[in-house]
Design a protein. Sequence first.
Length: 109
Amino acid sequence: MDELLRNMGTRIMNRRKELGLTQENVAEQAGLTIQTISSAERGTKALRPENIIKISDVLHVPTDYILRGKPFEEPFKNFSSKMSKLTPQQRYYLEQILENYIAAVFLSE
């Protein structure tokens, strides 16, 4: 169990750092205390299931990544490389599509 908690903590800490977040940022966004995040990262205290969900939401990872280290695919991972292959006219059309989509989403709220 101790090894599981340490591994979970390492994954939480590494992902937090990848995103450029502090423990305070994660705690605030997840509605948890800094002590909870700190002890989770050190692997000294088990997290409640609902807190694992909150942390995974903040870190944009599935809970399986935190719990078992299951690989996940980054959202929009290849989007930039795909966009760089577009012609200027195609990028313009894509921008127009996105702007219209966002406007439609905000109108429906």
